[in-house]
Design a protein around this ligand. Sequence first.
Ligand code: PLP
Length: 451
Amino acid sequence: MGYASIKTSLPGNRSRELLERRQQAVPKGVSFGAPLFAQSAEGALIQDVDGNTFIDFVGAIGTINVGHCHPKVKQALHEQIDQFIHTGFNIMMYEAYIELAERLARIAPGNHDKKVLFQNSGAEAVENAVKIARKYTKRQGIVSFSKGFHGRTLLTMTMTSKVKPYKYEFGPFAPEIYKAPYPYHFRRPQGLTIDQYEEYMVEEFRNFLITEVAPETIAAVVMEPVQGEGGFIIPGKRFVQGVYEACKEYGILFIADEIQTGFARTGRYFAIDHFDVVPDIITVSKSMGAGVPISGVIGRKEMMDQSDPGELGGTYSGSPLGCRAALAVLDIIEEEQLNEKAQKIGFRVIEKFEQLYDKYECIGDIRGLGAMCAMEIVEDRLTKTPSKKLTNEIIQEANKRGLLLLSAGVYGNVIRLLMPIIITDEQLDEGLKILEQSIETVEQRRHIFTN
Ligand SMILES: Cc1ncc(COP(=O)(O)O)c(C=O)c1O
């Protein structure tokens, strides 16, 4: 018997009722992937309020690497609730915050001394990383990258690339933010090999420091080692190292935004580990808390110590529940060897993607780093015209069969996989099979309409 099980039309009656209430009470600006409401979740499965079971290839957008409701996370949370829920770390401190800081400092790349600050959300972590970089360098400029995503606050929205829906009519934006080009191998100019293209992109970055902003005014470059919302775009080592070298040359801090890529997603604790670069600062969140809001900034000691008491922090920042969940997550990654598991998932997914690529013309590109895998959907391979329409149709077909999927990319035409890394082989295979059936159905329909 399969794991996915759809017993009602979607959405079912109970979800429909809740959707109606949601439409009255919640602004439409808060989007939803599927018109469904959750009842329970465990491992890589979610059950909705109508009794339908879905295999989860979204993991709350990369938040559930250790799986839904992992017993160790639940136990840690129960224990913490029985002790105390919140004292405010800036009022009465607690050990879990310190222990988490110590452990993250140990696993983050580089042998230098580090300190760690905790917040609640990814955007807050990026905001704080920028504050720390500015305070330390006494410079104001911040460089982020085209197609990047860093959050929805004023500063992080400014640093983000995709105009609609993230920025449209939300200006004026924060000053002193500059956007540098980021490689996109699939859409590179024709005639360039990947090596030539990477070299060209490093030169472009150097040119950017001449044409757009003077390097001595830049506090930090903030880079996603693999772009998440941007469409799971993986740069080459040459580009990441080239940018890093330029940073070192001009005293610019290198900040790796690991909010989507961290905590075993790519087969390492941090994706930047693949590029042999030691960032000055790393931002983390999402899977760090297994669903409990927590984020962090890991940085060189001397940088983190520039701010005076009260200049950093927040009411709920680094809450006891968040810290306890994150400590459990670190234990699980180690004990269940999730880095190795993510690599195995990646092999399995890419193997399947290669078969699908050979069969279906709408798959323009397949790519992945560890368990951070994606396929890019196009109208045809010759023009590479992005097809958001086909992408959405595939996702809807998958939902109907009991698989949760999510798109990404500036053109909305990338299907990204962020399944819990604890997913079983059988669940993974079943999910990939549903993905195949969904593509097959959409391709057949397309051919009926075009022939
Ligand atoms: C790379 C990256 N940075 C920052 C953020 C913002 O995180 P949050 O939504 O928790 O503010 C995200 C969220 O998707 C992200 O992927």
